[in-house]
Write a protein that binds this ligand. Structure first.
Ligand code: 5AD
Ligand code: SF4
Length: 436
């Protein structure tokens, strides 16, 4: 085989992109590429992009600009744009940035090896189709090489919900679920390679229908895989939390007590304008049901402030919902206009108003996160150790609630779940002591 070529992938956005980047690297591995951590010695640079908010796409363009000198020095360097910006603006990228040789959308990256041939031959290649063939079937089996203890596994893609602010239904297409047998095969391979914890991914993961009993059915099948110790899933929509999935939080020991369940706003008027198809009240009742099944569940959410038409009273409804629900962790964003979405047509709020609301919401969410972390001190958690810490003799891992926990522990415990007593809380992690 010819000497290996080097591939640098930079990943933006959500965990689904992290998974996709890994699969793209595997696909190009078949063409002799190995990954490098630096763009400077790469033969191909791929930016796996995110289109969810304005700044995300701008970052991509400025990153591309930075490769100008590199490309001048190395004419054989090929530069590609993948992911959701590629899907949404592929042709414009090609026009606006002549450095780009290749544009590939999220549903077409199994065609990367053929596209690589084309660009090596001096052509430009663009593929933003939603092909009939399943990319996961066409991709090579995942590498058998030993892996770290945690892995992502995409089980569902796309979205049919059409929230009025969101580009995902346009960039990722409509909801598609991978058949359960294929998911289970990939899960077994990952477990054989050393994975102990799987996070099932999907834009609407709980709308999964690749198993006749939905996501809960898939989770129960995964539960039977020996060696797999933990199951998580993200991201969910409130309207797809069915009874079986709620019940699984109480009865499936491998399913971790953490749920990311975005609500976006606490105002019914805004929820309606957002086309969310649920109310603040129905969301709160749903959380009560899930907490009845699993009282110690740590809840996470997403919020948008400054959606067009949001009044101070609407924003106060969001604050009231947050106070009522109490989140262990959350993400909050200023509304960002996305071309082509229904909300883009509406008058926008002034930036100062959005900034002010974001600050107030984030202060409340931070307070709740700190209270939730502080309540862990003195408690026993189970930590899956993932890597060595900065200080000698220290390991870092995740609790069942997804807190980062560090503790003095022998390196042999990497990849194992151990009981740890939480002894201190710092802003982004917990300190623990191993039970001996
Ligand atoms: N503006 C701001 N935030 C957005 N999100 C999605 N689209 C937008 C937008 N146009 C947020 C939502 C979603 C998360 C992934 O990103 O909160 O849940
Ligand atoms: Fe976007 Fe709404 Fe679909 Fe989530 S549910 S991906 S926010 S359209």
């Amino acid at each position: 085989m010819s000497a290996s070529k080097k591939l640098f992938i930079k990943t933006y956005g959500c965990q689904m992109n992290v998974y996709d980047s890994e699969r793209m690297a595997e696909a190009l591995g078949g063409k002799g590429y190995v990954e490098t951590r630096s763009p400077d010695d790469a033969d191909m640079i791929l930016l796996n992009t995110c289109h969810i908010r304005e700044k995300a796409a701008e970052k991509v363009y400025s990153e591309l600009g930075r490769y100008k000198d590199l490309k001048a020095e190395k004419p054989d360097l090929k530069i590609g744009v993948a992911g959701c910006v590629a899907q949404a603006e592929g042709e414009e990228i090609m026009r606006r940035q002549p450095l780009v040789d290749l544009v590939v959308g999220p549903q077409s990256y199994h065609r990367l090896p053929a596209m690589e041939d084309a660009v090596r031959g001096g052509a430009k290649a663009l593929d933003t189709d939603f092909p009939e063939d399943d990319k996961f079937d066409t991709l090579k089996k995942r590498s058998k090489a030993k892996r770290g203890p945690t892995a992502f596994l995409t089980v569902q893609e796309g979205c049919d919900k059409f929230c009025a602010f969101c580009v995902v239904p346009y960039t990722r297409g409509s909801e598609v679920s991978r058949p359960a047998d294929r998911v289970l095969r990939e899960a077994r391979e990952l477990v054989e390679a050393g994975v102990k914890e799987l996070t099932l991914l999907g834009q609407n993961v709980n709308a999964y229908h690749g198993h006749e009993q939905g996501l809960a059915g898939l989770i129960w099948e995964l539960d039977r895989i020996d060696g797999l110790e933990r199951i998580r899933f993200t991201t969910s929509h409130p309207n797809d939390m069915d009874d079986a999935l709620i019940a699984a939080h109480g009865t499936c020991a491998k399913l971790m007590p953490y749920l990311h369940l975005p609500v976006q706003s606490g105002s019914d008027r805004i929820l309606k304008a957002m086309n969310r198809k649920h109310t603040a009240e129905s969301y709160i009742r749903l959380i009560e049901q899930i907490r009845a099944a699993r009282p110690d569940l740590l809840l996470s959410g997403d919020f948008i402030v400054g959606f067009p038409g949001e009044t101070e009273a609407d924003f106060e409804d969001t604050m009231a919902l947050v106070r009522e629900v109490h989140y262990g962790q959350a993400y909050s964003f200023k509304y960002s206009t996305r071309p082509g979405t229904p909300a883009a047509e509406k008058p926008q709020l002034p930036d100062e108003v959005m900034n002010d609301r974001l600050q107030r919401l984030q202060a409340l969410l931070r307070e709740q996160q700190q209270a939730s972390q502080a309540s862990m001190v003195g408690r026993e958690v189970k930590v899956l150790f993932e890597k060595q810490g900065r200080e000698a003799g220290q390991l870092i891992g995740k609790s069942e609630y997804l807190h980062a926990v560090y503790a003095d522990a022998p390196v042999e415990l990497l990849g194992q779940v151990r009981s740890v007593r939480v002894v201190a809380n710092s802003p982004n992690s917990l300190k623990g002591e191993l039970y001996v």
